[in-house]
Structures are given as structure tokens and as C-alpha cells.
Design a protein around this ligand. Sequence first.
Ligand code: CO
Length: 459
Amino acid sequence: MQKVQFVETVLRDANQSLMATRLPYEKFEPILETMDRAGYYAVECWGGATFDVCLRYLNEDPWERLRKIRAKMPNTKLQMLLRGQNILGYKHYPDDVVRKFVQHAVKNGIDIIRIFDALNDPDNLKVAVEETVKCGAIASGAISYTTSPVHTLANYVKLVKELAAMGCSTICIKDMAGIMGPQEAYDLVSAIKDAVDLPVDVHTHCTTGLAFMTLLKSVEAGADIIDTATPPFSGGTSQASTDTLSYALKQLGYQVDLDDAVLKEVADYFKPVRDGFIADGTLMPKSMATDTQCLTYQVPGGMLSNLLSQLKTMNALDRLDEALAETPRVRKDLGYPPLVTPTSQMVGVQAVTNVLQGERYKKVSNEVRAYCRGEYGRTPAPIDPEVQKQILGDEKPLTGRYADTLEPAFEKTKAELGDTARSDEDVLSYIAFPQLAEAFFEKRKADEEKVVKYTIEEA
Ligand code: CO
């Protein structure tokens, strides 16, 4: 009997895709011990945008969040999402920072690090994978799924073999936009299974409505693990429902070791939590809908909401269709990057700018300029030479690995921060998001002083 295992995403990807990662720790703390008994392969709970949002909006120390989850879930593997050489930020970091980050993620409780690169450039994955393996954690090598003339089965298989050679213990097909169809999934999972002897995890989103069919065909092709979300936080831009897939796969004769009663408890818990976020406007009904347009534009859920809010700020919501039509053109010019953080933001902002400026590439962000210089790695196809010339002028693009040009930063930053950083984790928060971390450190100190004062007055 073929066994199918589940990664529950409510704490990270479902939370990120449906409500911009605004779920505070105290809203899910009461259910963690129950979730620990569900029988998930893993709970994805950290990384991605959670780190940024903890510091920026929730006044939470992301490291402390991880430790608290770890303490409440001793029996379940905890998974995080890491953007390879970008760690959790939007630029490349030197290798020593990547290694330190991985070490501390594992030390604070992470078991599985899913490592991806927006461009699928192995040079951007290898240090994170190597360090994860060295720390004794599971390195899950992810391929950022997209379609383009250069994203062929053969090229994906080539990448998967490189990931296996690097030491990855599982392979994840990361379909961040929910654009992978059932036949494409069947073919890709089959090709990966033929090429390497590793468990395959399929990650997709319900955005286009394909997810259930895609996951089923993936399982038929031999996928070992699927990513799903508890029903109240499933569907729309999030993952397919855990409980539904458990039900359907059991009916089809697959072995699913999930406890239905516990799954129900988890769903019952999250329903009013979700309703609260719908009531206060954090979770927009639009995110729960099905949108087949994404199949044309390949716009991931998070990117669509970014496009909308960008156009709204510019008072140009009526230009959405034009911006959506410009997106694949920009993508082609830039060598068909998969649309995932940070390339999704870069391509999206550029598409909106091109439309609103009335002239293409008249204004270009620093990120797109850096991308054209080669600082994000090798692009899947070459960048359109004319666009590259227009953006860079006489500047020559880089050859070789960008991270090799970066000076080690951890010890230097640690020395600079002095007492401001209380731990290596603080130093890493600061390196990842300097302004946010600084503001957080100040607030933390002020809050503690308040508590001390209050206690003294009480006494
Ligand atoms: Co995702």
C-alpha cells in the first residue's frame, strides 16, 4: 500500500498566502499541542515571510516564536522555508551568514529546511544545503516550478540530480502560483522518481483550482508527501484542504496515518480564528476565490495582492488588466524567472511601472538593476540583450557566483552591534532586517523598562 504523508501549512504558507502572514503566535498557541498529535509528516511553521512580519508588524521575536512552537510540539517535525542565499530577505547574503542562519534555525528547533532559489540556480542553494546536512537536519531541495520554453522536464531532472548530489534528503516541487496542472504534475513527479531515489513532496496552491487534481495525479505518479492546510485556512491562494485529501486518499486505498478526530479538532479551532480575520479585513474574501487567470499570467497569490495594493496606492486600480498583461512580457525580457519571492516582486513592480510610465524600463528598481548585473544568479534563459543594455548602460554584468564577491559579515556585525544584540539570533535578525530589528530591540528594551518600573511602583 502506497503511503502518503502530509505537511500542514497553516502556520506558515496558508497564513502567508491568505492573510499576509499576520497570524500572531497567541492566536495559534492553544492548538499546538493538539496539532502535535495529528500525525503530520511535518508542520511548516517558520521562514518565508513569517520572520519579516514578526518583526515588522507583530512585535514578536521570530526566534522566540520558533522555540515556543518547538516546546509545544515535541513529536512533530518542524519545517521552515529558506530562500537559499537570500535566507529570508530579498538580497544575497555572504556564505558565513547563510551558514550561521541555518545553524541557529536548527538549534532553535527546525528539523526540515526547504531550500529554494527563485532562479533555480544551484550556486544559490549549495551552501544552505551543505550546512543543513552538516547540522543534522533534513535538507529538502525545492525546484521553483514554472512554465516557459526553457523549463523542460530534462532541465528539471538535471536540477534534481544536482540537488541529490548536494545532499538533499527529499525533493520538493514548489508550485507557488498553483499553475501546475495534473498532467504536468504526473509527468514531472514520474521523471523525478525515475531519476533519483528520494521522497518527492508536492507543494501547490489552490489559486487556479487545479490543486486537488494536481495532488492526486502527483500521488498516482508516486509522490510521497503533499502540502495541505487545515480546511478553514485552505483553498483560494492557500493549499488544498488536509482533511479532504486525507478522506479522498484513504478512500482510494492509500495509507494515510492522520488522526481524523485530531484533524477535526484542529479545523474546529481555526474556524473562529479565520472568521475573526475576515471580520477585521485581514483576510479578504478575494483570497479565498478561484482565479484561472493565473494560468495565463502565472501570477502567484501573494503577487496578485501586491499588484493590487501597488495600483491602489497609485490610484490606478483600473490599470490592473494592463499590468497583468505586461507581467509575462517583463518576465520574458528577464529570462523567464519563476515568479516567486523576490523575483515576483521585481517583475510585478516593473510591470506596473512600465504601464504607469507609459514607456518600458524608463524607471527601473535597484533590484531589477542588480538582477541584470547578475547579482541574483544565473537566469533560466539569457536576459534580453537590449533590455539589459538599456538598464545597465555600459556597466558589465557579473560572471560567476555573486556570493563569492561578498565579505563575511556575521562577526563584523556582531562586534558593531555590541550590547544591542543579546544573542547570535539577534545579530542574524539584524543582518536580515536591520531597521526592523533595531526598532524591535528598542521596543523590547522599552517594554522591559516599563515592566521594571511598574513592578517597583507596585512594591
Ligand atoms: Co507556497
